[in-house]
Design a binder for this molecule. Structure first.
Ligand code: ATP
Length: 306
């Protein structure tokens, strides 16, 4: 009865509020990579990261029965090292990231952090230990400060400002109408893909987790933005154990170790030069990346021309 009596514009308002609340709840779920199916073991203990070593040990995984997407995947990321994963679309790169965050559990094999099977640690401690910079950063319909502090609820304004500086987004924020209080997201100021990613980087700096998961953007940024973002990602990865789903040539070359995935299997691994000289799948992917980079450069040049 109350609903029927409400004026139509109030109903519209309620609908929009409900829709935004749902959008935010959905974003929260995506950002935390939460799935109700993943359960914490009754004997789970908090994870304490000491060295920050990550090991995938004979991991098999399928999202659905009868369609395996990872086959006997084993690799190690030494403390403070950066491992880059390359491979064609659908080869299983993001799935590795999801297993490290325990969005899913492998059907066979284990994922270990500092010798601890991550299926035996509390989800909260695992997700506190891993910082994520996703490819497509979603922002809440909240202030810039809130969006950065999301990396560590309860952070002080001084810490938020420091994180913004580390991500080199402080100048941009200073140019916004209400600085850190400026509302962003769908209902606020629209930010470009690169700007959104820098907010995600600031968030990750603030979180200061010992392990980093970076999913590089595939979309073409202009060369200056790409260089700036690359520098910040490098700083984020420095001294932290990092798994990067790599699309940029510079990241791949600089990684300590490269994994080449093909249809869910590691088919080649090693350093950049070593892999290039094998003239196998890595060399092919590398040539494709070079061509794509050249294509993007020409495309941007054409767009800029009147
Ligand atoms: P891209 O570079 O295109 O993002 P990727 O290498 O990250 O690809 P994944 O996202 O890990 O690939 O996907 C690996 C395989 O698992 C693909 O065949 C994909 O279709 C499948 N897959 C991914 N997510 C799901 C899901 N939620 N349910 C079922 N199958 C999925």
């Amino acid at each position: 009865v109350i609903q029927i009596c409400l004026p139509l514009n109030a109903l519209g308002f309620l609908f929009r509020e409900a829709r935004d609340a749902l959008t935010n709840a959905e974003k929260l779920r995506q950002m935390l990579a939460l799935r109700p199916e993943i359960e914490e073991s009754a004997r789970a203990t908090p994870l304490t990261v000491t060295r920050g070593e990550v090991i995938f040990e004979h991991v098999d995984f399928s999202y659905e029965p009868g369609r395996q997407v990872l086959w006997d995947v084993s690799f190690r990321i030494g403390p403070g090292q950066t491992v880059a994963v390359v491979g064609g679309s659908g080869s299983g790169k993001s799935t590795l990231a999801r297993l490290l965050l325990r969005t899913y559990d492998p059907q066979r094999g284990r994922v270990l952090i500092d010798d601890c099977d991550i299926s035996m640690v509390t989800l909260e401690s695992l997700r506190a230990a891993v910082g994520v910079v996703p490819q497509d950063s979603t922002l809440f319909n909240e202030s810039v400060a809130y969006n950065i502090a999301y990396g560590r609820p309860g952070a002080s304004m001084v810490e938020i400002i420091e994180a913004a500086k580390a991500a080199q987004i402080d100048e941009l924020i200073a140019s916004l109408p209400q600085h850190f209080d400026t509302l962003v997201g769908e209902r606020g100021l629209k930010l470009s893909g690169g700007e959104k990613q820098r907010i995600a980087i600031a968030r990750a700096f603030l979180k200061n987790a010992p392990i980093m998961l970076l999913d590089e953007a595939t979309s073409a940024l202009d060369t200056r933005s790409e260089k700036a973002i690359q520098t910040q990602l490098d700083r984020l990865a420095a001294h932290r154990t990092t798994l990067v789903i790599a699309h940029r040539l510079s990241t791949i070359v600089d990684a300590d170790h490269i994994l080449v995935l093909d249809k869910g299997r590691i088919v080649e691994q090693g350093g950049h030069e070593e892999l290039l000289s094998r003239r196998g799948l890595y060399a092919q992917l590398w040539d494709l990346q070079l061509q794509k980079q050249e294509f993007d450069r020409l495309e941007r040049k054409l767009v800029r021309q009147p």
